[in-house]
Write a protein that binds this ligand. Structure first.
Ligand SMILES: *[C@@H]1O[C@H](CO)[C@@H](O)[C@H](O)[C@H]1NC(C)=O
Ligand SMILES: *[C@@H]1O[C@H](CO)[C@@H](O)[C@H](O)[C@H]1NC(C)=O
Length: 328
């Protein structure tokens, strides 16, 4: 029998639910023997001793012990053993205004052929990684799943939604695209993964929903249903934000679905669905850092570069921090 290929994956952001779940799913892949090294933060004491507990509607209940657990990137001695870096940290706001993503601490040590796969929300999230790792193949992931960490090391996956789409935002040479494809195949043997040659269309499709509804809900402090019922003009405002996002994406050369079908999908569907508290509103209510840079800031900054006006998005970004972060 042929030996299974062994691969080493460094998961940065293993402190979060996404990094933990995908580490587990990699480790059970029948296509390769995957060793996962996880860098945790606040859940380090639990995970380093007891591993993760997973309670999942789709994959059942398990405990999972990563091959290695570190509390900081600085503890990693040899980065050359890793075949892939998976970064599942939340986008870092400083990264978009001239700063660097936290993973950049690895850049002086990481071989420039190691692919980096970043699972993050929002527009333009790849740019800081291209700046920090100019030679490495970079792919990003657009994720649809319902997952949380109710207690340190305890991962809860709910419902049936399960789809990770990964791919580069600039075309990669064939050899590098093959490496991304292989990662997708290994992971895709235990969950739903689609590998794209250009992820931008998928990214902006999700941004179209998240950039409009998240923003509006965070600014107003209302869930989707409460907002839509708040005034006769409410629907028009969501559509205006959506339109700004779509026009921006198209001006950047991203092929979007026709605006009418996006309005039907993103606005029509949401109006009929039960109330949703989007993640930015959840963060606002907790007083936590919101993803405003990637869901608003990067959209209007990209729009300005290509000469598109996005007044609603631009001025909405000024709001959440001031208005919705007041204590509830
Ligand atoms: C997983 O655990 C939860 C509660 O801890 C339980 O309700 C559920 O039935 C379990 N699922 C499986 C597949 O055992
Ligand atoms: C993005 O949109 C989905 C619905 O498509 C929603 O469930 C999720 O909370 C949003 N995520 C973020 C980060 O805004």
């Amino acid at each position: 029998m042929e030996e299974k290929k062994e691969i080493h994956v460094l998961v940065f952001g293993g402190g979060g639910a996404v990094g933990a779940l995908y580490s587990y799913l990699l480790s059970i892949s029948p296509l390769a023997k995957v060793h996962t090294t996880i860098v945790c933060r606040s859940n380090y004491p639990t995970v380093s001793t007891a591993g993760f507990t997973l309670r999942s509607a789709l994959w059942g209940n398990h405990t999972f012990q990563p091959t290695k657990v570190y509390s900081s990137l600085d503890e990693i001695e040899d980065t050359s053993i890793y075949d892939y870096i998976l970064d599942t940290t939340k986008s870092h706001p400083d990264a978009f205004v001239g700063g660097k993503p936290p993973l950049a601490r690895l850049s002086p040590f990481l071989p420039e052929t190691t692919p980096i796969i970043v699972i993050q929300n929002g527009a333009g999230i790849e740019e800081p990684y291209h700046l920090a790792f100019p030679k490495n193949p970079i792919a990003s992931g657009v994720l649809y799943i319902t997952i949380s960490q109710p207690a340190p090391g305890e991962i809860l996956q709910e419902g049936k939604v399960n789809h990770l789409r990964i791919g580069p935002d600039h075309p990669l040479p064939e050899k590098e695209q093959e490496k991304i494809q292989f990662f997708g195949d290994v992971l895709g043997a235990s969950c739903k993964v689609t590998v794209h040659k250009d992820i931008r269309c998928e990214r902006w499709r999700k941004v179209a929903w998240n950039g409009s509804w998240n923003t509006i809900c965070a600014v107003t402090g209302l869930d989707t249903q409460s907002f839509i019922k708040s005034s006769p003009e409410a629907k028009e405002l969501v559509i205006n934000l959506l339109r700004e996002i779509v026009i921006t994406a198209e001006a950047l050369g991203v092929k979007m679905d026709p605006i009418d079908s996006l309005i039907k999908d993103h606005v029509g569907w949401t109006i009929k669905a039960p109330p949703i508290v989007p993640s930015m509103l959840q963060d606002a209510r907790k007083g936590a850092q919101m993803e405003t840079e990637v869901l608003c800031g990067n959209i209007w900054r990209a729009a300005e570069k290509v000469g598109v006006e996005t007044p609603n998005i631009k001025y909405a970004q000024a709001y959440p921090s001031e208005v919705t972060r007041r204590p509830y």
